[in-house]
Design a protein around this ligand. Structure first.
Ligand SMILES: [Zn+2]
Length: 589
């Protein structure tokens, strides 16, 4: 029997295994590398300029090593949560991370204390390419934690937020859901929300909700502890709030966030109109029950194989640029992608960049729906973003969260636009609805997640929230965002237990970047429609610059003012037109 060509990803170019000699010596060397970075800065026999040059060169070399190690360990764990060697290596890596973080704080402090920094940069061939990163270090230096307490804080994070984050992944990946007569992983049962059979969707939802009782208590401790730690860190770093810290890390200002939410709140009634129309089509009278949010509507109940997904993506993305088509073909054929759900594999999907090798690694839980094809387009968009950053110094590749979803959303929009423009009327309803379903998640659900996270962080100043309080807060947030679009009796009080984004210690509010990304991606896509194929080059330049300017400046480079609600309204207006068309089709269906 021939083995399936498209199945699991290949990590062997990183290392041959956990007992690979190279792997062990790379992992063991990180402690020394961190020490060396400090020694370089302390070497008073040479000028400050030379010390900064040497420290930057060293940091780039260590980043490449960490890139290789971290991807090997984390990607292994994402598909094999119980892998003992990977878990042990992960512990070692986390300890090394604190040493490395201390050395990068030392560099930031040293850079900030260099009075003639701009002249030093201008005069150096080594430093000019990382100019933005160095100037930002100086500008943000007031938020560095005092050196006397920083090591202790970092060390305690390992047994605090970081440990809770790992526990969260274990709880999620080992949960067994009793669905009908089967025992399924959480990701598998959640995938059934897309099933064409209404009874399957309802049963899966009920099985899923019932299963959370098995892990709600430890999960609530994870959430409360991670958000408490976020509060403590914001205080230690002299930020007024966790949100201010997140915005600074995002290179984004309040004005931009307010402009985004202002426009979104104005358009919530349109999204509710869509939800109610979908509910009526499916025979519900009181708004859409949560379990039918992802119900397929229209005539493509078609299932796709991975081979078909590959063919569609290459064909449709190739219309934008042949380079992107070739890139996608490579990603499939060179085994960059781990496709199918299996036990021990975490839910959802992600793309990890392997910068030193100019490659990416994509994990999905492909079950054959159009949405799964769209997820592949999304993740490969991240991959294309990584490709556009090829060759840049590591210091210039860290795009802030709001820009991180630009390329993925651009790809999703491109796929549905290409497919919509060439399909018959029957598929049109399905595809239109599919796009609206995703947009509703990214705008309406994301708004509820923002409100929820804000409430948890605010309440945490006073006490840890109980499971019941968390459930009530989630329902309140869903009410504020979905309103009467959702059936008030059938919502999802456990969304906080299934979305991993709340649990990434060190990243708070990983929600608004999605709304930003969707609407920004659509705005960028509108520029492509105006300019045609010539835009492909501008687009790649935009993606390449994402790690080397503020969000507002990156946007301004393609003529977008993100501080003006008018820009966000123009993107939402595109969605509103789809809602109008869908409601009309639904009426006549
Ligand atoms: Zn993404």
């Amino acid at each position: 029997m021939m083995e399936n060509k498209y199945d699991r990803w290949d990590l062997s170019y990183l290392y041959k295994g956990f007992d690979d000699e190279q792997f062990r010596s790379d992992l063991a060397s990180l402690k020394e590398e961190a020490k060396k970075a400090i020694t370089i800065l302390e070497d008073s026999s040479v000028s400050r300029a030379v010390r900064i040059e040497r420290a930057v060169t060293h940091s780039e070399r260590v980043s490449a090593k960490v890139d290789r190690l971290a991807n090997f360990i984390q990607c292994t764990l994402s598909v094999d949560a119980q892998n003992e060697a990977a878990n042990a290596a992960m512990d070692q890596l986390m300890v090394a991370f604190t040493d490395l973080e201390l050395s990068s704080s030392a560099l930031a402090r040293f850079v900030a204390e260099t009075d003639d920094l701009e002249q030093v940069i201008t005069a150096s061939d080594v430093l000019r390419p990382v100019s933005f990163a160095l100037l930002e270090m100086k500008q943000q230096s007031m938020h560095l934690i005092p050196p006397e307490i920083e090591p202790w804080i970092l060390e305690m994070q390992l047994s605090g937020g970081e440990a809770f984050s790992q526990l969260r992944d274990k709880l999620d990946s080992t949960l067994v859901v009793d669905y009908r007569d089967e025992k399924l992983p959480l990701a598998g049962v959640r995938g059934k929300a897309y099933d064409p059979d209404p009874a399957v969707r309802k049963d899966a939802y009920e099985a899923e909700i019932a299963s959370y009782a098995k892990m709600e208590l430890p999960m609530s401790y994870c959430l409360n502890s991670i958000k408490m730690e976020a509060r403590t860190l914001a205080k230690a770093k002299k930020y007024d709030s966790v949100l201010d810290m997140t915005l600074a890390d995002s290179r984004m200002d309040r004005e931009t966030l307010d402009a985004l939410w202002t426009a979104i709140r104005e358009y919530l009634p349109h999204f509710r109109r869509y939800l109610k129309a979908k509910a009526r089509m499916l025979g519900h009278k009181n708004g859409l029950p949560f379990y039918d949010l992802f119900a397929p509507v229209g005539s493509i109940a078609k299932k796709y194989t991975v081979e078909e997904a590959r063919e569609i993506l290459i064909r449709e993305m190739g219309k934008f640029s042949p380079d992107m088509a070739a890139f996608i073909g490579n990603a499939f054929d060179e085994n960059w992608i781990d496709f199918y759900p299996r036990e021990g594999k975490t839910g959802g999907a992600f793309c990890a960049g392997v910068h030193y090798a100019d490659r990416s690694l994509v994990m999905t839980n492909f079950q054959g729906s159009f949405s799964d094809v769209s997820t592949l387009a999304h993740e490969l968009g991240h991959g294309w973003h990584n490709r556009c950053m090829a060759g840049l110094p590591y210091m210039m590749t860290e795009e802030p969260m709001p820009l991180a979803e630009t390329a993925s959303i651009f790809n999703e929009t491109m796929l549905s636009w290409q497919v919509l423009s060439s399909c018959g009327p029957e598929e049109r309803l399905y595809l239109l609805e599919n796009g609206l379903m995703e947009a509703t998640q990214t705008v309406v659900d994301i708004y509820s997640r923002f409100l929820f996270e804000q409430e948890v962080i605010d309440t945490r100043a006073d006490h840890a929230m109980s499971v019941d309080e968390l459930k009530a807060a989630m329902l309140r947030a869903q009410d504020a965002s979905y309103g009467d679009g959702l059936d008030p009796e059938v919502r999802h009080p456990y969304m906080w237990a299934c979305k991993s984004h709340y649990y990434w210690s060190g990243y708070n509010f990983y929600n608004f970047p999605y709304a930003f990304g969707l609407l920004f991606g659509k705005g960028v896509f509108a520029r492509y429609l105006e300019k045609g194929p010539a835009f492909a080059e501008d687009y790649c330049r935009l993606l390449r610059s994402c790690g080397s300017a503020s969000v507002a400046d990156v946007a301004a480079s393609v003529g977008i003012d993100v501080r003006d609600p008018a820009f966000w309204r123009s993107s939402l207006e595109v969605i509103r037109k789809d809602i109008d068309e869908f409601c009309e089709l639904a009426e006549n269906n």
